[in-house]
Ligand binder design. Structure first.
Ligand code: SF4
Length: 224
């Protein structure tokens, strides 16, 4: 049963105090005791494998939602398909409104209005999905960007409780975990892509520098 009969900042503070001393694995185990309806999304990007593996150990039957913008690299889709088969994952594609998605394709909105493009292809489909859940579990890590550095384990944003169980893990820890568990890497990682999103908006680069090129945009809007 949920420990949040009503949502308030105080509840979020209580949750953060409770979860802070726990390891990422313990946090994930605990959240399934504290809440009933938990939404887990994965981008199947270059760092996704860490949380995917933790989740799979704890909730092997759990659904994993993938926001399929229709603009992903073929390598991301093949990575997702490979892991789905290898680990017997239950991955559910979440797709944008078809007419709006076609409109973005026709107008190349990633070039002239990327915020709108992300809104149509990522934010709106996720917002609809979130209505069916109490908590949204994400793979955000604070080292990834200035914006993410301000996030906490639990946050309350846009009428949503966000749960970031690996927020305080650093890059070295993640890399070591991947090595220790011999986890497969995203096919583009060794080609210099350290963060992978849509094909139209991603180039090779360290950290998240390859996302949205020279635009000031750093986030797709899901986490703002
Ligand atoms: S990342 Fe680029 S292509 Fe993908 S939804 Fe956003 S603007 Fe569109």
């Amino acid at each position: 049963m949920s420990i949040l009969p009503d949502i308030s900042i105080l509840n979020i503070e209580i949750l953060n105090k409770k979860y802070l001393p726990l390891s990422p694995e313990e946090r994930i185990r605990e959240v399934y005791k504290d809440f009933n309806r938990i939404l887990f999304t994965s981008s199947f990007g270059t760092t996704s494998i860490y949380l995917l593996h933790l989740f799979h150990q704890i909730q092997p039957e759990g659904n994993i939602y993938f926001l399929n913008t229709t603009y992903h690299f073929p390598e991301t889709i093949s990575y997702k398909d490979f892991l789905t088969k290898e680990w017997n994952l239950k991955v559910i594609d979440v797709v944008p409104d078809k007419k709006k998605n076609i409109w973005t394709r026709k107008h190349h909105t990633w070039l002239n209005d990327p915020d709108r493009c992300c809104s149509i292809n990522k934010v709106e489909p996720l917002d609809q999905l979130k209505e069916n859940f109490d908590v949204w579990m994400t793979g955000l890590m604070s080292y990834q960007s200035q914006h993410r550095a301000q996030a906490n384990i639990f946050e309350y944003k846009k009428d949503t409780i966000k749960f970031n169980p690996i927020i305080d893990q650093n890059e070295a820890t993640v890399k070591q975990y991947i090595i220790d568990n011999q986890l497969p890497k995203h096919p583009l990682y060794d080609k210099g892509f350290h963060s992978v999103g849509c094909q139209q908006c991603t180039v090779a680069g360290n950290g998240r520098t390859g996302r949205w090129g020279n635009l000031s945009k750093e986030e797709c809007g899901l986490h703002i």
